[in-house]
Ligand binder design. Structure first.
Ligand SMILES: Cc1cc2nc3c(=O)[nH]c(=O)nc-3n(C[C@H](O)[C@H](O)[C@H](O)COP(=O)(O)OP(=O)(O)OC[C@H]3O[C@@H](n4cnc5c(N)ncnc54)[C@H](O)[C@@H]3O)c2cc1C
Length: 378
């Protein structure tokens, strides 16, 4: 019996929608997107810094380095063509007295990743390009920017809709089962209504729950399978006195112990500035998005190191997001897990797991590669 759809995508965040856009570009029309929330983009894709990353941080042979570079190169032209708000504002990674060697290491990694528009600036040069900050030196990265994540997702969705793809909202994937050459997916809607949909290809883009969705297919016995843990990141917004005062994104040096980029500045289309994200591991894997007033002191101290005019009363709790990080052995790198599982005995099943930062930047390229695998396999 023919399957209901050629492709089912589980999850309508930026990654699932980018896959739908890629399939539309490839002329594949028989596509269903299943989303458990009442609208697309309600998960991590709406709870992040909205930075178009350059790719300076990741190990050169990692998937993060590859997809960040490819995604960044595709994203700016896509934004221009689709009238999506973005700013290619550039960023400064700043070093305090005594951190020059760490800055040099980052610079060399950026060069190894072929990141363009890099320059090392001394104290005086930094003061010229960004008078509000006071630091010993900085790495300028010209190709970093910011983008409206919502407008990006809306554009992906428009392209998918124009190709007659279906989007099923309020629909949670509960179970999956191989059925000959296809997969049967059990879906639950409000009111306990349950039904099954079949597809020849399944793309698991379920974000925080992508490892659990994969588990529905291959069970829980194999401990080598990818598993995620949750790293919460909170933000504080700055008072309107800071609006449009910074020309670039300002980042401290990354914190390698916490696998985080540090408390940095970002701004939106209106020029409003936010600080974040922090790192708070959630051992229970519970979605919890409150931002605590008592954390203000920490954010203030971190940002004050490079923003001398910052006052504690400038900060107000804003929002939080949760990074789905792949659990890896100590001392190894937590990369993306992007895999067509044909070699594991599941042809037609594609897992996109551990898509934390730079997933927003990388989504368009991940979506494109996934669409190529599917179009070549049809
Ligand atoms: C604090 C923070 C800051 C970040 N900053 C940046 C940044 O500046 N730049 C950058 O490039 N990246 C950044 N990221 C990373 C980026 O936000 C993510 O990589 C990206 O949004 C992941 O998109 P996604 O579609 O995989 O996940 P999501 O947006 O979470 O989408 C997954 C979707 O699947 C749905 N779903 C889950 N389970 C089921 C189910 N069983 N059935 C049906 N639907 C289901 C969910 O409801 C959700 O809508 C940041 C992340 C965080 C948390």
């Amino acid at each position: 019996m023919a399957a209901d759809y050629e492709v089912v995508i589980i999850g309508a965040g930026v990654v699932g929608l980018a896959v739908a856009r890629g399939l539309a570009e490839k002329g594949i029309k028989s596509v269903l997107i299943i989303e458990r929330e009442e609208a697309f983009g309600r998960g991590t894709s709406s709870r992040n810094s909205e930075v178009v990353h350059s790719g300076i941080y990741y190990p050169p042979d990692s998937l993060k380095a590859r997809y960040c570079r490819l995604g960044r190169d595709k994203l700016y032209p896509f934004c221009r063509e689709n009238d999506i708000w973005y700013s290619r504002c550039g960023k400064l990674v700043v070093a305090q007295e005594g951190q020059e060697e760490d800055l040099q290491v980052l610079y060399e990694n950026a060069q190894a990743n072929d990141v363009p528009e890099l320059s090392l600036l001394d104290q005086k040069q930094v003061a010229v390009v960004e008078p509000e900050i006071s630091v010993a030196s900085a790495l300028f990265v010209g190709c970093t920017g910011i983008v409206s994540a919502h407008e990006l997702m809306a554009a992906f969705y428009r392209i998918s809709e124009d190709s007659d793809h279906d989007l099923l909202l309020n629909a949670q994937t509960m179970a999956v089962e191989p059925k000959g050459n296809s997969y049967s997916i059990s879906v639950k809607s409000p009111g306990e209504a349950r039904y099954k949909v079949t597809a020849n290809w399944v793309v698991n883009a379920a974000g925080l729950y992508s490892d659990r969705v994969a588990e529905m297919l291959w069970g829980m016995d194999d401990t080598n399978r990818p598993v995620q843990h949750f790293s919460k990141g909170s933000y504080f917004k700055l008072a309107p006195v800071w609006r449009n005062r910074l020309q670039h994104l300002i980042y401290p040096l990354p914190d390698v112990n916490d696998d985080s980029l540090g408390i940095h500045t970002s701004f939106d289309a209106g020029g409003d500035v936010k600080l974040g994200p922090s790192v708070d591991w959630l051992p229970e894997r519970k979605e919890e998005y409150s931002v605590q007033e008592e954390d203000k002191d920490f954010f203030y101290k971190e940002a004050k190191r490079y923003l001398p005019d910052l006052k504690q009363e400038d900060l107000t709790p804003d929002f939080a997001g949760i990074r789905p990080k792949l659990v890896v052995p100590e001392g190894t790198y937590s990369d993306f897990y992007i895999q067509h599982e044909d070699n594991s005995g599941y042809p037609g099943w594609i897992n996109l797991i551990g898509i934390d930062s730079p997933g927003l930047t990388a989504a368009i390229a991940i979506g494109w590669d996934t669409a190529i695998w599917i179009s070549e396999g049809l």
